[in-house]
Design a binder for this molecule. Structure first.
Ligand SMILES: NC(=O)c1ccc[n+]([C@@H]2O[C@H](COP(=O)([O-])OP(=O)(O)OC[C@H]3O[C@@H](n4cnc5c(N)ncnc54)[C@H](O)[C@@H]3O)[C@@H](O)[C@H]2O)c1
Length: 353
């Protein structure tokens, strides 16, 4: 750890699934002597329960607030002498963006613009933008997206993330902001809010409720363990080149249906029960509007230039994830109780993914 060792980071959305993993992973490195300021609005999916084990760490600070609040962001950057921004905060659930796109453009586009406006005249600050493979739109397993693929977002969520990527690029070109963008495939692991595919399936299995699968379930998504993503961001902060973009994947493409079968197998095995009865819970429902069939990226450029490779094998990652949810059913209940009840009406397999 060379650049990051004494870095002073503003992490946005650090109480969410991926942001909290990044904070836990960075703080687990004893050689990190810097500071992390976690700016999070604690919307329905953000929870301080995700950070309980590090809340007393002297290198960590939490600030409740909105990335769109110019005065607050400006003060935090000055008061904490921030030199690095890692931007996770977003509205991230595709189904919600189809129901109502406005909040996605407010947070993902205008919120990102606000952060960049605040830092554009502070040339010492590096901005790392967390983006998604969904900005590239639909592809086939034979044609994984590369960093040069065309942007063709198909959902309001993907369009809002694409717009934010373009703003980052424009600030890089126009104002010489030091910035980098990573496009990750679907993440999985502990602490994911139960509206996304894997935690929804596990919550249904735990309660022996029907598992709704969009359409045929043959949509393909590529899966990366969340701690591997966190290590990729640390590697990018160390080794990325400003103005460059990097695709992140562990090369685990699966159909949604195969993934659900895998989850049932692991779940039943851990419970010492027969998988057959759980498989009868699978229930195909009407497909999502504009549902992309396949997202898959080629991560070779990241592997060679970031000195990063995923460490967690898919079967092992899935086992760890299922075990974690089985041991943390009270976490599921707490975050669902806190999140608004619409989370339950939007939960469908394939959601986001
Ligand atoms: N989950 C995935 O598989 C995946 C894959 C690729 C990229 N991404 C991107 O990674 C980032 C994090 O995703 P996630 O799954 O952890 O999301 P999440 O929904 O779990 O967390 C989002 C966090 O942002 C916070 N937030 C929302 N609006 C805010 C605002 N205006 N100001 C401050 N904080 C705000 C929320 O409270 C929450 O803690 C997002 O930018 C998402 O687009 C996610």
């Amino acid at each position: 750890m060379r650049k990051l060792r004494r870095a002073r980071l503003l992490v946005t959305g650090g109480a969410g699934f991926m942001g909290s993993s990044f904070i836990r992973t960075l703080l687990s490195q004893e050689e990190f002597e810097g500071q992390i300021v976690n700016l999070d609005l604690l919307t329905y999916c953000g929870s301080l329960l995700n950070l309980e084990n590090i809340s007393g760490d002297s290198r960590y600070n939490f600030v409740l607030g909105d990335i769109s609040d110019t005065k607050l962001v400006d003060e935090l950057i000055s008061d904490y002498h921030i030199d690095t921004v890692v931007h996770f905060a977003a509205e991230s659930h595709v189904d919600r963006s189809i129901e109502s796109a406005g909040p996605f453009f407010k947070t993902n586009v205008l919120g990102t613009l606000n952060l960049l406006e605040v830092i554009k005249n502070r040339q010492h600050i590096h901005f790392h933008h967390i983006s998604t493979d969904e900005v590239y739109g639909d592809t086939s397993i034979e044609e994984p997206f590369t960093e040069n693929s065309q942007y063709r977002p198909n959902s309001p969520y993907a369009a809002s993330k694409a717009a934010s990527d373009h703003i980052v690029r424009s600030f890089c070109q126009t104002y010489h902001v030091s910035a980098c963008i990573t496009h990750s495939v679907n993440n999985y692991g502990p602490f994911q809010f139960p509206e996304k595919l894997i935690p929804v399936v596990l919550e249904k299995l735990m309660n022996k409720k029907p598992i709704p699968i969009y359409g045929s379930g043959l949509q393909i998504r590529d899966w990366l363990y969340v701690e591997d993503h966190s290590r990729a961001i640390i590697a990018a902060l160390e080794h990325s080149r400003p103005g460059f973009t990097y695709n992140l994947s562990a090369k685990n493409p699966k159909t949604n249906l195969d993934l659900v079968h895998n989850l049932i197998d692991v779940f039943a095995k851990l419970k010492g029960e027969d998988q057959a009865s759980y498989k009868t819970l699978i229930s195909h429902v009407q497909d999502r509007l504009g549902h992309d069939m396949c997202y898959v990226v080629n991560p070779e450029f990241s592997y060679t230039s970031l000195n990063w490779k995923p460490r967690v094998d898919f079967d092992e990652g899935l086992k760890q994830t299922v075990s974690w949810y089985l041991q943390n059913s009270s976490w599921i209940q707490s975050v669902l109780d806190r999140g608004n009840q619409s989370a339950t009406s939007l939960e469908c397999v394939g959601a986001k993914q």
